[in-house]
Design a protein around this ligand. Structure first.
Ligand code: SF4
Ligand code: SF4
Length: 172
C-alpha cells in the first residue's frame, strides 16, 4: 500500500525552510507595534467606560414597584459555575412569586452571561461594573441589597440585548 508521509517539513516551501522572509515579516510587525498608538491607561485616574456590549458583574433589574425577577430558578440551573442561589416566595402581586433570597457568589462567577441569556423576564443582566474588591469570602457573596440596580441605569445593556435579539422586551 502507498502511504503518503504528509509531515509539516514536507509541506514547507523553499522560502519557509530558510526562515528569512518570516523573520523580516516578524520584524515588520514589531516596528508597526512600536509606532502604533498606545492603549495603556493610567487607571484608576483614567477610567475605562465600557459600552452596552460589555459583560461586567451580573445584576438584578429593579423596577419602581420592585424587582423583575419571578424566582423561576432558570438562571441558577443554567449557571455553569453554580454561583447563583435563589429562594422563591409567594406574593400578592400579579407575578405571584418573587425571590425572598437571591445571591451570586462572585468568587465563582465566570461572567459567561448564561444567566442573562436564559432569563425569561430580562430580570438579570450583565452590568458595566468591573471594579470588585472583596476582603473576605463572605463579602464576595452578593445579596439583593447589592444586586438590585434601578432599570434606568441598565438601559444601555437592555437596549443592546434587544438589538441583538436575546429576547423580546418584557411588558412593564
Ligand atoms: S455570568 Fe455565568 S457564571 Fe456568572 S452568575 Fe451568570 S451564569 Fe453564573
Ligand atoms: S433572574 Fe430571571 S431566570 Fe433568574 S430566577 Fe429571576 S426570573 Fe428566573
Amino acid at each position: 500500500m502507498n502511504v503518503t508521509n504528509n509531515t509539516q517539513a514536507q509541506r514547507m516551501s523553499f522560502w519557509e525552510k530558510i526562515y528569512l522572509p518570516e523573520i523580516v515579516k516578524g520584524l515588520g510587525e514589531t516596528l508597526k507595534a512600536m509606532v502604533a498608538p498606545k492603549m495603556t491607561r493610567e487607571y484608576p485616574e483614567e477610567r475605562f467606560e465600557p459600552n452596552g456590549s460589555y459583560r461586567g458583574r451580573p445584576v438584578l433589574v429593579q423596577e419602581e414597584h420592585g424587582e423583575r425577577c419571578v424566582a423561576c430558578g432558570l438562571c441558577s440551573r443554567v449557571c455553569p459555575a453554580i454561583a447563583i442561589e435563589v429562594q422563591a416566595a409567594e406574593t400578592e402581586k400579579v407575578k405571584e412569586r418573587y425571590p425572598v433570597k437571591f445571591e451570586i457568589n462572585m468568587l465563582r462567577c465566570i461572567f459567561c452571561g448564561f444567566c442573562e441569556e436564559v432569563c425569561p423576564e430580562e430580570a438579570i443582566v450583565m452590568s458595566k461594573d468591573y471594579e470588585m474588591v472583596f476582603e473576605s469570602r463572605e463579602e464576595a457573596i452578593l445579596g439583593k441589597d447589592k444586586l438590585l440596580i434601578p432599570v434606568a441605569q441598565l438601559q444601555e445593556r437592555l437596549e443592546y440585548l434587544r438589538r441583538h435579539q436575546y429576547y423580546e422586551p418584557a411588558a412593564n
